[in-house]
Design a protein around this ligand. Structure first.
Ligand SMILES: Cc1cc2nc3c(=O)[nH]c(=O)nc-3n(C[C@H](O)[C@H](O)[C@H](O)COP(=O)(O)O)c2cc1C
Length: 210
């Protein structure tokens, strides 16, 4: 079993990365072979609309754009599980998450009937980390993230979403102009809530990689 784990945060050691490393450990705990990728290390674009993947005689389920993302897309389509973590930027996942999603899903999307050309099955776990507390997420983000994540259903597996609320954005808020945040509340959330999220990430990584 192969699991591809992707950190779609530009920060390689912060909230999203820590969540994804736990998810990776969960996948390893059930014997999956894990590949961990920091997406921001790759030179990539979103879909360039070259439409080579839609040419009549071309092989399906392949992104033909020549950059570092296309080989990763091949490995994802060859895997059993895909786990992606992204911070929320302006109520949405990051631009790199979006670039991966556009390229991965467009090359398996059929323009002959709007189904999926993909005949395999890849389970997908999506982890979104954010400053927002749970109630703000539920009112402002949940519906959009649920519906925009549905495209991953084209990989024919289970799609699971896990939100991580009220993250610690910096270690020392007193050194930043971040007066809108309550440092004590952030630290409390880090101490009490974040370990629960790490544990959940481990379990989801394991469950989806079985
Ligand atoms: C450009 C930018 C935009 C952000 N927009 C939001 C937002 O709309 N909602 C939110 O809850 N958090 C927002 N955040 C906060 C991050 O989502 C949050 O701190 C996240 O956990 C960071 O993940 P990381 O530690 O892995 O980088 C934003 C952060 C940045 C840098």
């Amino acid at each position: 079993m192969k699991t591809v784990v992707i950190n779609a945060s530009p920060r390689r050691k912060w909230n999203t990365a820590q969540i994804m490393k736990e998810a990776a450990k969960g996948a390893e705990s059930v014997g999956a072979e894990v590949e961990y990728i920091d997406l921001y290390k790759l030179d990539l674009h979103g879909c360039m609309s070259c439409l080579i993947c839609k040419k009549a005689d071309n092989e399906r389920c392949k992104c033909y754009w020549k950059d570092e993302l296309s080989p990763l897309i091949e490995r994802i389509l060859d895997a059993d599980t895909l786990l992606i973590g992204s911070p929320i930027y302006f109520n949405e996942p990051t631009s790199h998450y979006r670039a991966l999603m556009e390229r991965l899903i467009f090359c398996i999307l059929s323009y002959d009937g709007f189904g999926s050309y993909f005949e395999g099955k890849v389970n997908v776990g999506l982890f979104f980390t954010m400053n927002a507390p749970e109630d703000y997420y539920e009112t402002m983000m949940e519906d959009y993230l649920q519906s925009s994540s549905q495209v991953f259903g084209m990989l024919n597996g289970e799609v699971k979403i896990y939100p991580v609320f009220n993250t610690l954005q910096v270690n020392d808020y007193s050194k930043y102009a971040m007066g809108a945040f309550d440092e004590e509340d952030k630290k409390l959330s880090r101490e009490k809530r974040f370990p629960v999220d790490l544990d959940a990430a481990f379990k989801i990584g394991a469950e989806l990689s079985k």
